[in-house]
Design a protein around this ligand. Structure first.
Ligand code: 13P
Ligand code: SF4
Length: 324
């Protein structure tokens, strides 16, 4: 007997606050096809918090921040994983699931942070700061992870730094994340010059303007934002931590200083909260669509592979982080 697929009407009920009725018919055919393909191929879809609501709320099986996706990738019971997110996330899922097929719907879904550093850069940093451990943000290629002692995400960076019990660490490649963590610890942090092209565009002045326009508003910022922005926010944390903050505090009005889809996805869960939305789009995350998720499952593309020369060392750096 085949399992009953959720009807389009039931799915639309979930997202009606963020998808206008006129747009919904455009999505229905792809959603139905993806739900069937997932069952036929024994596939699961892992979706990052920045995916659009028709992906995040209607076809994804597992959602979350980079840390949650990595943790949950370890427990996936399926033959195929489709990563609705960017390439480094798909590589992490592959590292943790070497025997499964991992697909990314668009190979060009990159990340400005991952592009800001190469494995050779990490080797040069090691030469320059001999003996200082290297903490690498997961927003990097597998080759860069392989040169690192341990990975971190925005959700566990402070805990990872503390876990090393050393006076100095190199933290790559996000300069702002490194500086925002440095403010919370006595450990000296040596940073790189990488930036997220989405979060670097926020300014402290934006927050002052928002507070003037919306007295009492809660301002939450991602730690990839410049330190001046984080300093003026009421809270800074990973995408999952921002979502948890809204769930716990139920602010009457909130702004999330991060990628645009985040507010839509959290707003679906909290009809009582008013989301003010000056946000910046991540062009890489937005390369993933229902149409290319469907093609990924129909045509088994694009299969994520990792250079065997770096696989073991990169996996070690990711797994070590997951046990902090
Ligand atoms: P999170 O790990 O907080 O979800 O962040 C990932 C990311 O790419 C933020 O820009
Ligand atoms: Fe990379 Fe920034 Fe996009 Fe996240 S939001 S994937 S850090 S470019």
């Amino acid at each position: 007997m085949s399992a009953v697929l959720p009807s389009s009407a039931a799915l639309y009920d979930r997202v009606r606050r963020v998808i206008p009725p006129i747009e919904w018919p455009v999505f229905v055919d792809d959603i139905d096809a993806i739900l069937k393909l997932k069952r036929q191929r024994n596939a699961v879809i892992l979706a990052h918090n920045y995916q659009t609501p028709e992906i995040f709320h209607c076809v994804a099986d597992i959602v979350g921040d980079s840390l949650a996706l990595a943790h949950k990738a370890m427990t996936v019971d399926a033959d195929v994983i489709v990563l609705a997110g960017v390439h480094f996330m798909a590589e992490t899922a592959k590292l943790l699931n070497p025997d499964k097929t991992v697909l990314i719907p668009d190979l060009a879904a990159g990340c400005s942070l991952a592009d800001s550093i190469t494995a050779q850069d990490v080797r040069l940093m090691r030469q320059r700061y001999a003996g200082v451990p290297v903490v690498t943000y997961v927003n990097t290629s597998a080759a860069v992870k392989a040169e690192s002692d341990i990975c971190c995400t925005s959700g566990n960076a402070l805990a990872v730094v503390k876990s090393l019990r050393v006076p100095r660490v190199i933290m790559l490649p996000d300069e702002y994340l490194a500086k925002n963590i440095a403010r919370q610890t006595k450990v000296e942090i040596i940073a790189w010059k990488g930036h997220c092209e989405v979060h670097e565009r926020f300014e402290a002045a934006d927050i002052r303007e928002l507070r003037e326009a919306h007295p009492g508003i809660s301002v939450l910022a991602h730690p990839e934002c410049p330190p001046a922005v984080v300093a003026e926010a009421d809270f800074a944390g990973s995408t999952a931590a921002m979502s948890d903050y809204v769930a716990r505090h139920r602010p009457a009005r909130v702004v999330l200083m991060t990628e645009c889809s985040m507010s839509d996805n959290v707003a679906v869960e909290h009809p009582d909260v008013d989301f003010v939305r000056p946000c910046n789009l991540c062009p890489h995350m937005k390369r993933i669509t229902l149409a290319n998720i469907r093609s990924a499952l129909e045509e088994n593309r694009h299969v994520v592979t990792i250079d065997p020369h770096v696989t073991e060392r990169a996996r070690w750096a990711v797994e070590r982080m997951l046990f902090v």
